[in-house]
Ligand binder design. Structure first.
Ligand code: AMP
Length: 294
């Protein structure tokens, strides 16, 4: 192994965590490990228990767990959102070490995009990027697909762990893996929530305590939706839930009940039904979803 590319090694008794900043260093290390199933969890850092649940699953199902931390500029359509995105690398590394992570990849923008950051508009996302988040965050999913494909090329995992929390993102990556015939098993991990039901998110730290408490309205509304999907017409339920999110200080952008495979509007006959929503809590944008029927 070429240790000159290892930035730092955290070691305690028999546990070692390697941290790489370069593609070359990471790849040489992984190659030297021989024939292992690599489990990969891509993140943008500011880690919380939601991220760590993905790592735990990876530890259970694979022999080497790699977590990447990279705040990808190409998926931020709003420069303000990018500059305000929390960056807590030292803390993240401590959390990963405590969670027994094997390898952390923390690349620079230059390392990720040596030929520049132009987003590959040639990536065919089959219209999955045009709805819900895609309407309010134009270009977001092209940037996300670009970075995930680049990371998969670098890490070459057997399993990829993603959260249900970002359901549309999951659906797009599922489509890309099928389209490109990538030999990767995609594993969807359940959404981890705070005690009041708010989905854990790196953005939650920007909510003041009152907003954070009131944000439980999102989970309550999704649960209401799940309880009424069998007795209320889909379009009525959608509208009702949108209005339930209109509490003081909060502004919903969408509440949609969709087919979980196509992300097109669901109807009474749809088998795989998911409710997805986005809402502004003050100046913090939150998303959440719930699988209503599978
Ligand atoms: P991010 O750092 O926001 O890009 O998220 C990295 C991964 O963690 C994505 O696959 C997310 O879906 C997943 N994730 C984020 N929040 C949660 C959560 N509350 N529960 C489970 N997974 C999550």
């Amino acid at each position: 192994m070429n240790t000159t590319n290892v930035v730092e090694v955290k070691r305690r008794r028999d546990t070692t965590m390697y941290i790489f900043r370069t593609v070359k260093g990471l790849q040489e290390y992984l190659l030297a490990q021989g024939d292992h199933v690599i489990g990969f969890t891509p993140t943008m850092g500011a880690l919380h228990d939601g991220h760590i649940s993905l790592l735990h699953r990876s530890k259970q199902e694979t022999s080497i767990s790699v977590v990447s931390i990279f705040v990808n500029p190409t998926q931020f359509n709003n420069p303000d959102d990018l500059s305000k995105y929390p960056r807590t690398l030292d803390r993240d590394l401590d959390i990963l070490y405590a969670a027994d992570c094997d390898v952390v990849f923390v690349p620079t923008v230059e390392e990720m995009y040596p030929e520049g950051m132009r987003v590959g508009s040639e990536i065919d996302l089959n219209g999955l990027d045009q709805r819900m988040e895609g309407v309010f965050r134009p270009g977001h999913f092209n940037g996300m697909a670009q970075v995930v494909l680049r990371l998969l090329e670098i890490v070459n995992p057997g399993r990829l762990f993603m959260g249900q929390k970002d359901f549309q993102q999951y659906a797009i990556i599922r489509h890309l893996i099928e389209l490109l015939h990538l030999p990767i098993k995609l594993v969807m991990c359940p959404t981890m929530r705070e005690v009041n039901g708010l989905a854990m998110s790196s953005r939650n730290v920007r909510l003041d305590p009152v907003m954070r408490e009131h944000a439980s309205v999102i989970y309550k509304t999704l649960k209401y939706c799940a309880e009424h999907i069998h007795d209320t017409p889909v379009s009525d339920l959608q509208e009702l839930c949108f209005h339930k999110l209109e509490i003081p200080g909060f502004r919903p952008e969408y509440f949609e009940i969709v087919d979980g495979s196509t992300l097109l509007p669901a109807n009474e006959h749809t088998q795989y039904v998911v409710a997805c929503c986005a809402i502004w809590a003050g100046d913090v944008r939150l998303i959440d979803n719930m699988i209503l029927r599978e």
